[in-house]
Design a protein around this ligand. Structure first.
Ligand code: FES
Length: 78
């Protein structure tokens, strides 16, 4: 895997609607797969698109309504 940046919206709406669980999943995934050097996990502020949240950004791609299933698909495509 080459290096990727995963940005998780930490705004209150996205966080309450799933990014709390998504963040825990990502942290565990990175640890379990020893991907510290390849996946950089960062937080993002609310960008005002809460209706379609929770939002996760991977490199330059924006994903809406992200859940763990969707994250697994995104991660396997990297
Ligand atoms: S809280 Fe994530 S876009 Fe508003």
């Amino acid at each position: 895997m080459s290096k990727h940046t995963i940005k998780v919206c930490m705004g209150s709406s996205c966080f309450a609607r799933g990014n709390c669980e998504n963040l825990s999943f990502l942290e565990k995934y990175i640890k379990d797969h020893n991907l510290d050097a390849d996946l950089e996990l960062v937080g993002a502020l609310c960008e005002g698109k809460c209706d379609l949240g929770p939002h996760v950004y991977v490199d330059n791609n924006e994903y809406d309504e992200v859940n763990i299933d969707k994250l697994q698909k995104i991660l396997s495509s990297l």
